[in-house]
Design a binder for this molecule. Structure first.
Ligand code: ATP
Length: 322
């Protein structure tokens, strides 16, 4: 059976005893796109990735990867996917090249083919110069790029276009430089047509890499769209006011709430900043300026802005972003 979607999930459930890790997840990822799976701790992201990569069996529901049912045809699925899990099993004492060759042998590539494939992948992920260095001496970003190379070793001659890559929190624990290196490596793959499902707790990562984002919470999808669509769905733009005198924060909050026509004024005491959603941008701005002046409250800054993805995420899940 084939579908136009690289990944198609319907009503997927996974129970661990009483605990429902997935409670009816639906997901459709078109070929050649990057989907970000965003959710708080325990939302079910890793469980979903493990089921889709055939490491775990679902309790109920259906999941097709590359058109094959993960439960009925796990062998066909495995030949078409790469998986970058949270912990990769590279050997620190061996060089990057030796590790890749070893993974190649584990995938039954044969010594010559494994060596050639290792060379290709080192080149591709910018590791050609450091291929002979022990992995224990690699930086975080280099190491993660090696993990990425290792995850592709078995998908040998299929080419990028038919490949589906699962990345489970690929940059957790990396410094900003390492993160940028991994992002670049992922972008290069996507440029070649690879489909990617990426779980992340970093909103910026989803914003940077994903064509569309599925927000999951409590084991099911609660929202889906591009970052901009999700922001628009949350609706209202916001007005931010920085109050000069911290002692006037409460008085200012009352004034801003009235002027913006919103009861939901948020207060950031440390930065002396108030923020409220607005229905009509220009009217709210003019009214806020006028009302603060009338109340004799001095503002250091007043600005209109779109909601951030963090605010969208908090609104949708009622939890923490990271
Ligand atoms: P994180 O970002 O923390 O990895 P996640 O979104 O990947 O979170 P999962 O690891 O998929 O979430 O877990 C979903 C839920 O299922 C959690 O409540 C978790 O405690 C529970 N869970 C996961 N694995 C098991 C297991 N083997 N036995 C029992 N409960 C489990």
């Amino acid at each position: 059976m084939t579908t136009g979607e690289a990944i198609l999930v319907e009503g997927l459930r996974k129970e661990y005893g009483e605990k429902q890790a997935l409670s009816g997840l639906d997901l459709a990822v078109p070929r050649g796109t990057v989907r970000g799976l965003l959710g708080p701790n325990g939302a079910g992201k890793t469980t979903a990735v493990r089921i889709l990569s055939t490491l775990l069996r679902p309790t109920a529901g259906r999941a097709l990867v590359a058109g094959y049912d993960v439960s009925a045809r796990p062998d066909e699925v495995r030949r078409r996917i790469g998986l970058l899990g949270q912990h990769a099993a590279v050997d620190e004492e061996l060089s990057g090249r030796q590790n890749l060759e070893m993974f190649g042998r584990l995938h039954h590539l044969g010594a010559r083919r494994a060596a050639a494939r290792a060379g290709e992948l080192l080149e591709r992920f910018g590791l050609a110069d450091t291929g002979r260095k022990a992995v224990g001496k690699y930086s975080g970003g280099m190491r993660r790029r090696l993990d990425l190379a290792a995850s592709l070793i078995g998908s040998d001659d299929r080419g990028d276009k038919s490949l589906i890559l699962f990345l489970d929190e690929p940059t957790t624990g990396l410094d900003p430089r390492g993160r940028t290196e991994v992002w670049e490596a992922v972008r290069a793959l996507v440029g070649g047509g690879t489909t990617v499902l990426l779980t992340t707790q970093y909103l910026e990562e989803a914003d940077q890499l994903a064509d569309a984002i599925t927000v999951i919470d409590g084991g099911r999808a609660v929202a889906e769209g591009t970052a901009d669509q999700l922001k628009a769905k949350l609706g209202a733009d916001r007005i931010d006011v920085v109050v000069r005198d911290a002692a006037r924060m409460e008085a200012a909050a009352a004034v801003v709430g009235m002027a913006a026509g919103s009861a939901g004024v948020e207060r950031d005491m440390d930065r002396r900043r108030l923020s409220a959603p607005v229905a009509d941008r220009m009217e709210a701005l003019a009214e806020t300026v006028r009302a603060l002046e009338a109340a004799g409250i001095e503002a250091e800054d007043i600005a209109l802005r779109r909601p951030t993805l963090d605010e969208v995420f908090l609104h949708l899940t009622g939890g923490d972003a990271a």
